[in-house]
Design a binder for this molecule. Structure first.
Ligand SMILES: *Cc1c(COP(=O)(O)O)cnc(C)c1O
Length: 358
């Protein structure tokens, strides 16, 4: 099996070997030590102060998005949501479910987010902004500095879902003016799905989280803040994935994050240089290194998706909505090499030879 998907990704053998071991009991000083070490490495790589607070949540990324929103905001806030695809839409639905007032900047497919979309929301009493740094459903990488400057000017709390940019694209929480950042184990971290992490800067922890009263037990960040101070979580975490995480971050610091990001970018550049050969083109908006959306002028996407799956045990990301049969997304994270992209391109060429395309 070969995964060109954005999560789960083709995992590395060192992670698979941790996965095969017994999951230890965790209410011990030894496990707390591992968590202290993990937490310090994570903050370093994320580019945030060690004084930022962290939440290690045993849940998928969506739960972390929801938890971040309900711990930082209430019905007294007014949020702006960048809604340029299915993950932006998810933030919008989270606000609806929790009765948090919001307005959406709806970007139709193919449009690049620019200042012109945001300007009319200036000085209108917005208190926070929700955005997916890479809207993975389209692969658009938003201009985070544009968003940061807008939030600073309007005194808005900036929550960034960096699930598909962290350890894929350059990311620096404090430089990017991000108040709350969200990561998930199965994307750029290349681990098993099941752990999501929320980093909250000190200012937001004090001014918002500590005084907020979200109606939730499992997702109450205050409890996580208290527990992580002793290297623990309030409830049983996905212990095995936390061990995968500790190993991955250690290796990352040894190799160098820049080197890791360059390798991903090189794979993206290589694959993108060859997509004409398979009759595909790129969209015009800025792209994350994590994933390449490829557009076909004919409705071939689902046929290719199934052909790769059924004949070669190869998985790429399909799309939903209006682009469902015209776009596929190919990931560049995980244990993939240039040879793997050659193979993928050859397999797609075989689709054209096997199936009559008109
Ligand atoms: C994958 C992803 C999520 C999380 O989805 P889950 O299925 O809940 O893990 C959230 N946001 C973005 C941008 C993603 O790529």
């Amino acid at each position: 099996m070969k995964l060109f998907t954005i999560g789960p990704v083709q995992m590395y053998s060192h992670t698979l070997s941790i996965k095969s071991k017994i999951v230890p009991y965790f209410r011990t000083p030894e496990f707390s030590e591992i968590m202290f070490n993990t937490d310090s490495m994570l903050k370093k790589i994320a580019g945030t102060s060690q004084s930022s607070k962290s939440v290690y949540l045993t849940a998928s990324g969506t739960a972390a998005m929801e938890a971040a929103v309900i711990n930082c905001f209430s019905s007294k806030d007014k949020l702006l949501v960048i809604n340029g695809g299915s993950f932006g839409m998810r933030f919008s639905k989270i606000c609806d479910v929790h009765c948090i007032p919001h307005e959406d900047i709806i970007l139709s497919f193919g449009k690049t987010l620019g200042l012109e979309h945001m300007e009319r929301f200036e000085n209108k009493g917005f208190t926070g902004l929700l955005v997916n740094h890479n809207e993975s459903s389209t692969g658009q990488l938003y201009d985070i500095k544009l968003i940061r400057d807008f939030c600073l000017k309007n005194n808005m709390c900036l929550i960034v879902d960096a699930i598909s940019t962290f350890m894929c694209d350059p990311f620096n929480m404090d430089d990017f003016g991000i108040d709350v950042a969200i990561f998930s184990s199965q994307k750029g971290l290349c681990l098993s799905p099941g752990i999501s992490i929320i980093l909250v800067n000190e200012k937001t922890a004090t001014a918002r989280v500590e005084i907020n009263k979200p109606r939730t037990l499992y997702f109450d960040f205050k409890d996580y803040f208290i527990n992580i101070a002793r290297g623990q979580t309030p409830f049983t975490p996905a212990v095995g994935i936390l061990l995968e995480l500790n190993d991955m971050l250690g290796r990352m610091l040894k190799t160098g994050v820049d080197k890791h990001l360059h390798a991903i970018a090189a794979k993206a550049v290589y694959f993108r240089s060859r997509i004409r050969e398979i009759g595909a083109r790129l969209p015009n908006y800025p792209l994350s290194n994590a994933i390449t959306p490829i557009i076909f002028d004919k409705p071939l996407a689902l046929g290719i998706f199934n052909f790769l799956k059924d004949n070669f045990d190869i998985f790429v990301n399909p799309c939903s909505g209006e682009m469902e049969n015209y776009m596929l997304r190919i990931s560049h994270i995980g244990n993939l090499t240039f040879d793997d992209y050659d193979m993928l391109i050859n397999c797609i060429k075989e689709y054209y030879e096997t199936v009559e395309v008109n």
